[in-house]
Design a protein around this ligand. Structure first.
Ligand SMILES: O=C(O)CCC(=O)C(=O)O
Ligand SMILES: [Fe+2]
Length: 325
């Protein structure tokens, strides 16, 4: 099942029936737990029980990713999720009324990475898990509550400590909507050594985008060394990287051109359906500049009450911060 292609970018893992039944039973046991405000991955009993249900292969895959020797993207198939989903009209009511299978899986994957979940208080969703579900009023927003396609980005890299990995889990998909990813290495190998050096200089300001309070990380490199050989690439396709330095501006310009070129040949995509998961390195890598940017292709249908229930796209997301050992 482990299929790391030559360039180490992507692996796939399929949940077995036994694993599914075990995770559903665990979710039932933790059904009253508030996964949104109290991360279950911080509780030893939850972590031990999740690890006992997960296969050796899944545990090894997740350990390899959090140690910087795994694939940049793990596609998860047949992930147990709550089914059928409640249809009470509003997102809040539906979250409250659903089971806790998807929350259990997202928290458990984090636990197997020996990592923690991040909150982002300046976002419109400051809890430890987020819903990717459009809200009509924000339909043009370039965020989890918008309907428009999303340009390539790494998540929250305007923060000093952005998520290292993102987990996306599809409760309900919409055909024609694709979650896309683009390896950072495919962008950077188009740059000259001089351009790369320029992007390592601490002269940039990286800004927050739609759905967040206006924030900026100042005096930061774009290609940033974090700790113990780990790096993060603070790259946006949108104009969210700025500098007054003329050489730095040139480097941003060249970076933009490289993104456009890489987009033409290096994008991969997943049409998420119920039970598809993605675990992606958020521009982080160990001993190299790597990880991926992600985006979304296709317009999401309005989630107005008239939308057929099974046509409403609903993903959940976890922002995962690993231990940079
Ligand atoms: O909706 C998607 O497929 C991706 C959304 C996204 O970029 C995110 O949740 O960070
Ligand atoms: Fe995103």
């Amino acid at each position: 099942m482990l299929d790391i292609v030559a360039d180490r970018i992507c692996a796939e893992y399929e949940f077995s029936e036994t694993e599914k039944r075990g995770l559903e039973a665990l979710a039932q046991k933790f059904v009253s737990h508030d996964f949104y405000r109290d991360p279950a991955c911080g509780h030893d009993d939850f972590c031990a029980e999740f690890a006992a249900v997960a296969s050796t292969e899944l545990r090894e895959l997740l350990a390899s990713m959090s140690e910087g020797r795994g694939p940049d993207v793990l596609i998860l198939k047949d992930v147990p999720v709550d089914n059928p989903l409640p249809d009470l009209g509003g997102l809040e009511q539906n979250i409250a009324a659903k089971g806790r299978v998807s929350e259990t899986v997202l928290s458990g994957l984090t636990a197997l990475m020996k990592a923690k979940l991040q909150r982002e208080p300046s976002s419109h969703q400051p809890d430890f898990l987020q819903q990717i579900y459009p809200v009509d009023k924000f339909e043009q927003e370039s965020s989890g509550r918008g309907r428009a396609p999303l340009p390539f980005h790494a998540e929250n890299v305007f923060l000093q400590t952005p998520p290292s990995f993102l987990a996306l889990l599809c409760l309900q998909g919409q055909s024609g909507v694709f979650t896309e990813y683009l390896p950072v290495a495919d962008i950077l190998h188009r740059l000259t050594p001089e351009n790369l050096e320029q992007l390592k200089a601490p002269i940039y300001s990286v800004r927050s985008g739609d759905g967040f309070q206006a924030r900026a990380l100042d005096e930061t490199p774009v290609l940033d060394a974090i700790a113990n050989g780990w790096t993060i690439s603070r790259i946006y396709e949108e104009d969210r990287i700025h500098t007054d330095d003329p050489a730095g501006r040139d480097a941003i310009h060249v970076l933009k051109a490289a993104i456009a070129e890489a987009k033409a040949s290096c994008v991969r995509s997943v049409e998420m359906t119920s039970g598809t998961g993605l675990l992606i390195a958020n521009g982080v890598a160990k001993g190299r500049y790597g990880g991926v940017l992600h985006g979304r292709k296709g317009q999401i249908m309005s989630q107005a009450p008239s939308t057929p229930v099974d046509a409403r796209r609903w993903l959940q997301r976890a922002c995962i911060e690993i231990n940079y050992l």
